[in-house]
Design a protein around this ligand. Structure first.
Ligand code: KIV
Length: 267
């Protein structure tokens, strides 16, 4: 049986030179394929709101939806550590509610850890989750759940005071016991400084090459979601084009009487 990646193993990567690799997944089939490739961490991101549900932000994503997709990802993956995103407002009302909600992601979704956005403002909640045995990954910089407050999906850390805020948010997560922190859309030099200062691994997305690991939304990296491609995304494939081409071939075959052929039919 394949051994699952553990949090202590990820922590040990800090400073070792061996980068942590993370991609999002939302279903068992994709989880199986990414797991087979050797990905370390599968994030059931609330990006499922945009790439799976077709919403323009992550705000409509519910806890039930993340539980549902986490269960599917867990069913598909053998080796990768599964991290489930806590959706908008599921960890802000009270620490008690955050505990119950994170508990559902672990008990019903069978995630191994949860991810939360924010720093100083939620550090107390992170502490409570960690004290209950729930591993927490933080997320600072561009935090998509605050899109309206930020005035859009934009890079963070260039306006006065922002760089120090991101650094202090990251520090507060480390102090609260988070095992890793995602740095999203911040200048490379800021990500490098935070990575150097923290003892926990940083995982970058649009944060340059100096982080301890990298994460991408799999639908972006595979070229499946092409409505908007952020500058920091590298498309490793153009699966969207492949899917459209395959569907066109299928339509043409059915219309032309070439499918199903004798080999696809019961004689
Ligand atoms: O929801 C998500 O996919 C994320 C990644 C962008 C880190 O939070």
């Amino acid at each position: 049986m394949t051994k699952q990646v553990t949090i202590p193993q990820l922590s040990a990567r800090k400073g070792s030179g061996e980068k942590i690799t993370m991609l999002t997944a939302y279903d068992a089939t994709m989880a199986r394929l990414l797991d087979r490739a050797g990905i370390d961490v599968l994030l059931v991101g609330d990006s499922l709101g945009t790439v799976i549900l077709g919403c323009d932000t992550t705000l409509p994503v519910t806890l039930d939806a993340v539980v549902h997709h986490t269960r599917a990802v867990r069913n598909g993956a053998e080796r990768a550590l599964i991290v489930a995103d806590m959706p908008f407002l599921t960890y802000h009302v009270s620490a008690a509610e955050a505990l119950r909600n994170a508990g559902r992601l672990m008990q019903e979704g069978r995630a191994s850890a949860v991810k939360v956005e924010g720093g100083v403002a939620i550090a107390g909640t992170v502490e409570r989750l960690v004290a209950a045995g729930i591993p927490v990954m933080g997320h600072v910089g561009l935090t998509p759940q605050s899109v309206h407050q930020l005035g859009g999906f934009r890079s963070f850390g260039k306006l006065p005071g922002e760089a120090e805020k991101v650094a202090e948010d990251a520090r507060s997560l480390e102090r609260a016991g988070a095992f890793a922190v995602v740095l999203e859309s911040i200048p490379s030099s800021l990500a490098a400084a935070i990575t150097k200062e923290l003892r926990i691994p940083t995982i970058g997305i649009g944060a340059g090459p100096h982080c301890d690991g990298q994460v991408l939304v799999s639908y972006d990296a595979l070229g499946l979601f092409d409505t908007f491609v952020p500058r920091f995304v590298k498309q490793y494939a153009k699966l969207g084009d492949e899917v459209t081409k395959a569907a066109k071939d299928y339509i043409a075959d059915v219309q032309g009487g070439r499918y199903p052929g004798p080999e696809h039919s019961i004689s």
